[in-house]
Design a protein around this ligand. Structure first.
Ligand SMILES: Nc1ncnc2c1ncn2[C@@H]1O[C@H](COP(=O)(O)OP(=O)(O)OP(=O)(O)O)[C@@H](O)[C@H]1O
Length: 801
């Protein structure tokens, strides 16, 4: 009785604690009447959660930013009260349960559930990575130096010219790793990827939006190999291959052309021109590939290699690079999935055509013109983040010692004030006395939200409101700020559609003079790629909601992407949020680009082997996911919407958690206590059961842990565990609770097979600890990482302690 539902994209529910407006209200007087403070006696009562329609895919509305309430703090950082934020727009008002938790933990907000919009499916495929050693630092091109700065080592091979020459060489990890041969049980019970041949093949199809598909589910306790599992078994026994020692595409010497740090940064220092294959430690034996399924390979020495395909847009870009005639073309994925390029558009425009006489062609021309306008808007956008401009300016200055930088013939004239702030006539991050006096003492220096974010929130809110009112950021007319085009390049196409606009990919040539390593985003050795989310206000009545949404999403993501104090390591598993730019009423969030798309696309790819991942691949992803989530928790932020759609990949399998729009700040720098939440957040299949209990406060960290468990099961099963963790709404979940109560086991977990009995057992133990509907009994993310299962999990990223 599995759910045969193919995962469908879910947009999230709402938001927890709104950051921007709550801080704005707290520390800065707002012009906006929406920032009224309420005393606790005036706290509004949280409305009951709407009931979840049976059999319907209900999503939490992505109005996370609408749950705005102001908070007051005492000097000791203790949370005193949550004051409901009252928006001018009644539809954007969220009420907050403001009862103080007995032990000093106070709830923060209550979300609403609403039906989500369907998500666009990006065209995503899979690509390649490689295994290697433990402490030896090997990382992919863009991350070559992350191993130093972020405390990680990406075990990797092939891919770009920046990779190791001996890309297929398996390096010996420092941790005890037994041969994978020994791990595998080939007697027919070893690698069952948990599916059950006694069941009809569960072809994963995108379910009807509101169907649960439970009627097609049959239950069996006698697992046997699914088609994919059979394939895995076959591949283990016969489809072995040999990893080659030398990959001609990955010459070490070639990396010297790109000013990227050498791949191997530990051990002997060597000139960039020296081939690493000359080094003794990399003169490794050939390693036999014993599993090769869906571009995921496992080698006899225990290492594995992810081989995730890059999005077509990148492959296309690489092809265009070889063809100079269309090298500057930009592409767009049309409604039919076809990629349209700017070159094609221009050709249409320049050529004479009879069709131009007809209305339809006018329409097309208008569309082309508006696309050009859109691109102009993007390319001329200016950063709202002074430090971002400052950093580019500094780098440009290094190139031009006169203090005037010149890119594409344009001059910049910045001045620094004594404190190093950029002085160009704009509002700076100077704190007002009001703010200085109202900031309480920092008691939690690790928190992602601290005074820096507070200042940014205030500045951004102000600028966003200005922009939305049509007022351009005031700058000295003589000053030419570095614009989008110079920093992030041109749009080469569109990869997705979000609630407020499209997500584009932009690319510009890699410039060794100004691009510091570690690179913040993906590079193919010649170009740097950025993902740019356009945020455009669609409804003038929702200005406040829009502003808060941008601010919260950006602030949390940006804060998690940078180190807060010396020695602080940024997690490699958090998507880097780089910049926020503005052009009139449109905002552009610049992110690290993940060329292999999201986990959802990976799980719904077309594969003859089915949709589930190999357990060793899933384990690696799970470990990375947990490390990313732990990092967030360590910094006072819970994600609250973990799901395959919010997990992105680089070709080598490096996982990135993204979309902090529903994240909740459970602890700021000024707070000693963890704030609990109330109300469901996230997407139903991944939401923990306690979130549905009306009026109950829950620890947002533990719901993240539950979601990780569901994500893991989705990876190894290829379909949902259940549709919703509500007994009354979901028969699968009901049977889970029933079985656990009666028999202390759940047949799905009992049937899941790993590559050997040891891992099967260890993983099962952990799954039972995750899926505790009583959160007090649930394992924490920290403990999960310490479990024997995770300790035995071979991961592509080596995390330094
Ligand atoms: N940094 C990125 N790298 C690669 N792909 C991305 C990146 N960011 C988003 N995408 C892809 O773009 C699509 C849309 O992203 P977006 O974050 O807007 O989705 P969303 O969460 O549905 O939107 P919203 O946050 O507005 O609800 C997704 O399919 C996602 O896979």
């Amino acid at each position: 009785m599995h759910t045969s539902e193919r995962p469908s994209r879910h947009s999230s529910v709402k938001r927890s604690r709104s950051l921007s407006e709550s801080f704005k209200g707290l520390f800065k007087s707002s012009n906006n009447s929406t920032s009224n403070h309420l005393h606790s006696s005036e706290k509004p009562v949280r409305p009951p959660l709407p009931s979840v329609p049976s059999g319907e895919e209900v999503q939490t509305r992505r109005n996370t930013t609408t749950s705005m309430f102001n908070q007051q703090y005492r000097d000791d950082g203790r949370h005193l009260s949550n004051n409901a934020f009252q928006s001018k727009n009644p539809t954007s008002t969220l009420h907050v349960n403001t009862t103080m938790h007995q032990n000093g933990v106070s709830p923060l907000q209550s979300p609403l559930l609403s039906v989500a919009k369907p998500h666009h499916l990006p065209n995503i495929a899979k690509l390649s990575l490689s295994p290697s050693s433990g402490s030896d630092v090997i990382s992919q091109d863009s991350y070559a130096s992350e191993s130093n700065d972020e405390g990680i080592t990406l075990i990797n091979k092939k891919e770009t010219p920046n990779y190791s020459p001996s890309t297929d060489t398996k390096l010996v990890e420092e941790v005890n790793i037994s041969s994978i041969d020994a791990m595998l049980e080939t007697n027919g019970k070893g690698t069952n990827n948990n599916n059950n041949t006694s069941e009809p093949e569960r072809t994963l199809r995108r379910p009807h939006r509101n169907s649960i598909g439970g009627d097609k589910i049959r239950r069996s306790r006698h697992g046997s190999l699914s088609r994919r599992s059979q394939s895995l078994k076959k591949s283990m026994s016969s489809n072995s291959c040999t990893s080659s020692l030398n990959n001609s595409n990955a010459s070490f010497a070639s990396s010297s052309n790109t000013n990227i740090k050498p791949i191997y940064s530990k051990g002997r220092k060597h000139a960039e021109s020296v081939s690493a294959s000359n080094l003794t430690k990399y003169m490794e034996m050939e390693s036999k590939c014993i599993i090769n399924v869906d571009n995921f390979k496992v080698f006899s020495n225990g290492y594995h290699q992810h081989n995730l395909k890059k999005m077509a847009i990148i492959s296309n870009e690489e092809r265009r690079a070889l063809s100079p005639t269309v090298s500057n073309a930009s592409v767009t994925i049309g409604s039919d999935g076809e990629i349209e390029s700017d070159a094609m558009l221009q050709k249409q425009k320049s050529g004479f055509s009879l069709s131009g006489l007809f209305k339809s062609s006018h329409g097309k021309e208008n569309a082309n013109n508006s696309a050009v306008e859109e691109n102009n808007k993007l390319e001329n956008a200016l950063s709202l983040i002074p430090t971002q401009r400052l950093s580019l300016y500094k780098r440009l200055n290094q190139m031009n010692e006169q203090g005037h930088s010149n890119v594409d013939g344009e001059e910049y004239d910045y001045q620094y004030s004594n404190d190093g702030e950029l002085n160009n006539g704009e509002t700076s991050f100077e704190e007002s006395d009001d703010i200085k006096n109202s900031i309480p003492k920092v008691v939690n220096p690790n928190a992602a939200v601290s005074s820096e974010e507070l200042k940014l929130i205030n500045t951004l809110s102000e600028k966003i409101h200005h922009g939305l009112r049509g007022k351009l950021t005031k700058v000295n007319a003589d000053v030419k700020l570095p614009c989008f085009l110079e920093q992030y390049g041109k749009s080469i196409g569109t990869i997705g559609h979000g609630a407020y606009g499209v997500v584009k990919v932009c690319a510009r040539p890699l410039n060794p003079n100004i691009d510091e390593t570690p690179l913040q985003t993906f590079s193919n050795g010649q170009k740097l790629f950025f993902a740019v989310k356009e945020l455009k206000l669609k409804n003038a009545t929702q200005t406040e909601k829009f502003s808060t949404r941008i601010t919260s999403e950006f602030i949390i993501g940006h804060s998690l992407s940078r180190s807060h104090k010396k020695g602080d390591r940024v997690s490699p598993n958090i998507l880097k949020i780089i910049d926020l730019l503005e052009n009139n009423d449109t905002f552009f969030e610049v992110m690290e680009f993940c060329p292999s798309g999201d986990l959802y696309s990976l799980l719904t790819r077309k594969s003859k082997n089915g949709t589930a991942l190999h357990p060793l691949e899933a384990d690696c992803f799970m470990k990375q996911l947990l490390h990313g989530v732990k990092y967030m928790h360590d910094h006072g932020v819970a994600h609250c919407d973990l799901k395959p759609e919010n997990i992105l990949f680089h070709p080598d399998g490096l996982l990135k958690i993204c979309d902090f729009g529903t994240s909740c700040v459970f602890q700021t720098a000024w707070e000693k206590h963890v704030h609990f939440q109330s109300g469901a957040m996230g997407s139903e299949p991944y939401v923990a059961p306690e979130e549905f209990i009306s009026g109950k406060e829950y620890d947002p960290r533990l719901v993240d842990c539950w979601s990780c468990g569901v994500v893991y099961c989705t990876m190894v099963m290829g379909h949902y565990l259940w549709k919703i963790a509500l007994k009354d709404k979901d028969s699968l979940y009901k049977s889970f609770v029933q079985e656990m109560t009666d028999e202390k086991e759940f047949y799905i977990f009992e049937e899941l097979r790993h590559v050997n009995s040891d891992l099967t057992r260890l993983r099962k133990i952990v799954l039972y600890k995750i899926f505790q509907w009583n959160p007090e009994k649930r394992i924490t993310v920290d403990q999960l990482l310490q479990s024997s299962w995770m300790k035995k999990t071979r991961c592509c990223v080596v995390y330094k302690k």
